[in-house]
Design a protein around this ligand. Structure first.
Ligand SMILES: *Cc1c(COP(=O)(O)O)cnc(C)c1O
Length: 356
């Protein structure tokens, strides 16, 4: 730290992303897909597209916005793009919190919410999940603050039904409810259909997980025209050209191939079910994840130790050094081969771990 850092940020701790090693590991730590982007993306990123990198991109990404609006059955005024969904979350905290409006989110959820609130000096309350990690909907009724919920939640994978989110929307008409649907395509219900009925709903989506393009950095939000205008006000004040030309082109081509995605989402759901059965047979306890990861702990071995042993075996998973979940590992659902390697490594580690 230099002596110049803003006083307010001295004790502040930044978000720590999952490791991105340059190679040598089976990577099951950041919920990337084991599949490439759809074939149309390969065709779209031509030398002619590269030639046009001398030009700024369309700051509104109108072509991609229109495609996504079509895909979700809404108007272009209900859609906005961002550089990954983390950027959209940042815009949302800036736009809809502050000046006396705080934020509420679960105690066990995506760590970025707490970091953003801290960065912007927004007061926040972490609502404890129940012991089984489910959300108690009554905690979020009439809270007088911006509500932020990942659905399915991360890292638990547990999903709320749309009717529960609708109850929260209806009980907080004076506040925005942000629903982070990073994992919704893997088997949960989306709230996108409620956008026309609730002007306080902001649905945040990403291409990183279920559209197999984490490296492109593309996210988007669906919401009422008013909310989208507010978010654009922030974006135009921070970084008007936030999405590069190649990513916009890739995003458009990808939006044309929903059949490819739907087929692979079904493969990932099947992969999740099969991995979860195998882990269960080894004695793991797991949540009922609707995402592309498992959230698992074993009664005979501490999370820290299991994480370290998997790492030694060349397998990276994610662990959060945090109350309540320190013994859990979040394991991305990878390819069949990757899951075979994981199960083999786990069974070897467990053989050497006596029952407690
Ligand atoms: C991965 C993730 C994101 C952010 O992903 P981007 O790559 O920035 O789009 C947002 N929310 C949750 C819950 C996530 O797991």
């Amino acid at each position: 730290m230099s002596r110049f850092l803003n006083q307010r940020l001295r004790a502040f701790e930044a978000y720590v992303p999952g490791e991105q090693p340059s190679g040598g590991y089976i990577k099951l730590n950041t919920n990337e897909a084991p599949f490439p982007p759809p074939p149309g993306v390969f065709e779209r990123l031509t030398p002619a597209e590269i030639r046009r990198l001398n030009l700024y991109p369309d700051p509104d990404g109108k072509a991609l916005t229109a495609k996504l609006a079509g895909l979700f059955g809404m108007g272009p005024g209900n859609v906005m793009l961002s550089n990954g969904s983390d950027e959209m979350l940042s815009f949302a905290f800036t736009a809809f919190c502050g000046s006396g409006v705080g934020a509420v989110f679960p105690d066990v959820t995506y760590g970025f919410y707490r970091v953003l609130a801290g960065l912007y000096g927004i007061s926040y309350e972490e609502m404890p999940l129940r012991d089984d990690f489910t959300v108690d909907v009554s905690d979020y009724l009439g809270v007088g603050a911006t509500v932020v919920l990942a659905n399915p939640n991360a890292p638990t994978g547990l999903a709320l039904p749309v009717r529960s989110i609708e109850a929260i929307l209806a009980a907080n008409p004076r506040n925005v409810v942000v629903v982070d649907e990073a994992y919704v395509d893997f088997g949960a219900e989306s709230c996108a259909g409620l956008v026309g009925r609730y002007d306080n709903l902001l649905v945040v989506r990403t291409y990183s997980k279920s559209r197999f393009m984490a490296g492109a950095r593309l996210g988007f939000a669906l919401g009422s025209e008013g909310l989208i205008k507010d978010l654009k006000k922030i974006k135009y004040s921070v970084n008007p050209y936030n999405i590069n030309r190649l990513t916009l082109a890739a995003g458009e081509a990808a939006a044309d191939d929903n059949a490819y995605y739907e087929e692979n989402w079904r493969r990932l759901e099947a992969g999740r079910r099969s991995a979860s059965e195998r882990l269960e047979r080894m004695g793991f306890a797991m949540t009922d994840s609707k995402a592309n990861f498992l959230f698992a702990r074993h009664p005979n071995i501490a999370g820290r130790e299991l994480y370290a042993k998997l790492r030694e075996a060349g397998i990276l998973v994610r662990r959060f050094d945090q109350p309540r979940i320190g013994d859990y590992l979040r394991i991305s659902v990878g390819s069949g081969e990757q899951m075979d390697a994981l199960c083999l490594a786990l069974s070897k580690i467990l053989e050497r771990s006596p029952e407690k």
